[in-house]
Structure formats: C-alpha cells, structure tokens
Design a protein. Structure first.
Length: 382
C-alpha cells in the first residue's frame, strides 16, 4: 500500500467521536463553561478536516474523504481557526520527493475547490482571517523530512510551496537523525544540523514530535529560532518513546517553543485514554514549561464515526500493518482505540476548556493553551 493511502487511512482512524461505542458515560459534570470559544483563535497543531466515514482506500475515495462537507463543517463548528495538516511522504514505498510534490499539488487543488470553507495558511494574518471569515486555515506540515534527500536546499522548494511546519523525523531513523523508536538514540546528524539552519533561514517551523530524545535536545540547541513539538505527551506521567521527558519540555520552553498535547493512547500505556488523562498531561506540561508554552496537537480529526464495527476492524488492520512496516510504537494495541471515548465530536475543544476551568485554570490560560501560544510561536517564526 502506498504512503498516501496507508497514512491517510491511519488519519481516518483518529476521529474524535465514537457514537456507537459501548463505553460508560463520563462522570464529568459541566458545572462551569468556558465562554471564550467565540472570540479565541483555536489551533490544532496536528490534525485534519477529513471525514473518517469515507476512508480513502482508493484514489477516487480520497477526494471524498478530504473534501467531504461534513468533515470540513465539523472542523469549523468545533471552533478551530486552523489546523496543521500532515501531507507529503511519511513512510512507505513511494519516492519521498516525488510523492510530496504531488501531494502538495493535490491539496492545493482540494482547497481551491472549497474557497468558502478552506484557506491555505501561510501566516498568522491568514489564520486570523480564517477565524473572522468562519473558514478553516490549513497549515501545510510534514511529519518526516526524508523528502529532502541529501540536499538541504530542497527546503527552499517546499517553503516556496507553502509548507510551514517541518517535522525532522518520523518514528525511525532518517538522514537528519534518530526517531523516537530508534534504540541507538544517536541524535541529530551533521546533515540534520544543516537542515535545521536552513529551516531557520527560511523562517519555517522545526517540529520534533517524533524525534528521539537526543535528536530533540540536539535540535533545540542547534536551532536559532523557537521550535515546536506539535503533538506529544509527558513521559513523567506515562513513560513512552513518543512522550517527551521533562528535560526535553523544559529545554523547549527555554527556547521559546510550544508543546502540543495529543489525544492519543500513548498518554496511558496499557489502557484506554480518556479526557481526564489529556487534562492531566496538559497540567503537567504547564507545570514544567509554564502556561506560555503548552497547546493542543490532538493528532485527530473532529468528525464522529458512524460504523463502530468497521472502525474497530480498520484499527486492528492498521496496527498489524504498522508492525509489519516496522514503524509502530508501543501501546499501538488492537484493542485500545485511538479516539477518546468521552471526548467526541465538535464539542471536544470546548470540553477540554471546561475541564480546565473546573480545575481552577484561568480563562486567559485556557485561551493560550487552545491556540494563543501556537499563534504567538507562528508569529515569531514565520
């Protein structure tokens, strides 16, 4: 299976609503409601606007998946002003550079076909405009820099094509450094340092979400600009290769960066994650980094899943395929769902805000976490 079909299929499994799921209802009572949703600029530092009920198994289905009105409308209805959308090569058997250029062209056309709903976001001004116009700003981002080959000059090509977020590695090693699943943990390579310098020079954002611990620390030190960890959890609460240690989080904050907490089962290795777990990871990150350096990178879409049995089947197949390709991570369990059972649909960001408010966090801090911090980071880097 190609990278495009396989990776976008994985994205399809990561929706936030499981209407047919047989989970106990949440015991959380919405005694308080955060009232800032209307005016705040919400940013999902890693997500999408697809409809998971139209899985892109073929090229023909892919357009329906990404351009389905329900997926787009749900993302806007959730309050999002912008989302960092993964495109280009991530893993698989395609040639990374060619696959990435084609993917960018495809998404450019996809956005052109929905001018009243979507807009490509190059700048903070674009994100603000998307909010004002009730559209969704689409930030182009990579989850692997393998498409650079051995030429850091290719950063110019992709920056000129509108890519604004460059994640250095996926789970395994590439030419820039070791990913989170590379046991050697060798860190950033010389080419990786060259690439970071080039990314800084082009005023695009370095992302270290899937990077190994040493690669993360090396890249933070090497970068002349603040960086991001767009989607992660806290290793102090849940030891897992995809989560970041306090040392990594602290170094990120000291450099002016922002860490986005994801809605993924890596938050709770060995059991199903719930909304409360996300809030606990947000709070720990705030304790370590400070309230100006924490955001949301859900690594999920918004639209709910209509066919629960089909979802479970696709999830099991996906887990096995990732194992086969050697790109899986611990806690990718066929019986632990990616989506959060009690954090579903267009209310998911409101629910997180309400939970934070109920636990004593100020409205201003909540606004920062739900988008203000990433907006500030984008303004500083772009």
């Amino acid at each position: 299976m190609s990278r495009t079909a396989f990776h976008t299929n994985r994205r399809a499994l990561m929706a936030g609503a499981l209407a047919a799921a047989s989970f106990a209802p949440s015991s959380f009572a919405k005694e308080k409601r955060w009232r800032g949703m209307k005016d705040a600029i919400l940013i999902n530092a890693l997500g999408g606007f697809f409809n998971p009920n139209t899985p892109p198994y073929t090229d023909e289905q892919r357009a329906a998946h990404y351009l389905n009105p329900r997926g787009i409308d749900d993302a806007i209805a959730s309050g999002l002003a912008a989302t960092n959308l993964t495109l280009g090569y991530v893993y698989g058997d395609e040639e990374p550079f060619e696959a990435t250029v084609k993917d960018i062209a495809w998404f450019d056309e996809a956005i052109r076909l929905r001018p009243g709903k979507l807009m490509k976001a190059y700048s903070v001004d674009d994100i603000r405009a998307a909010k004002k116009q009730n559209r969704l700003g689409v930030i182009y981002g990579f989850q692997n820099c393998a498409m650079l080959g051995d030429d850091a000059g290719r950063v110019d090509i992709f920056a000129d094509l509108g890519v604004r977020v460059f994640q250095l590695t996926y789970n395994i090693r590439n030419q820039l450094g070791d990913g989170s699943m590379a046991e050697e943990n060798k860190g950033l390579t010389e080419f990786g340092r060259e690439a970071v310098a080039k990314l800084n020079a082009r005023n695009v954002l370095v992302d270290l979400s899937h990077a190994g611990e040493q690669t993360t620390l090396d890249a933070i030190e090497a970068s002349a600009a603040p960086i991001a960890i767009t989607h992660t959890g806290c290793a102090a609460l849940a030891p897992h290769p995809r989560n970041k240690t306090d040392a990594e989080l602290r170094a990120l904050a000291e450099k002016g960066g922002v860490a986005g907490i994801y809605f993924m089962p890596y938050l709770t290795p060995g059991r199903q994650h719930m909304a409360e777990d996300i809030v606990l990871h947000i709070e720990h990150a705030v304790d370590v980094c400070g309230e100006d350096h924490v955001g949301i990178g859900a690594d999920q879409s918004v639209t709910g899943i209509d066919d629960m049995e089909g979802y479970r089947k696709r999830h099991r197949e996906d887990v096995e395929n990732r194992k086969r390709l050697g790109i899986g991570a611990p806690n990718e369990d066929p019986d632990i769902l990616l989506a959060v059972p009690d954090l579903q649909g267009v209310e998911q960001f409101q629910t997180i805000a309400d939970r934070l408010l109920a636990r004593g966090h100020s409205p201003r801090r909540i606004e920062k976490i739900l988008g203000g911090n990433f907006l500030r980071l984008f303004a500083e880097v772009w």
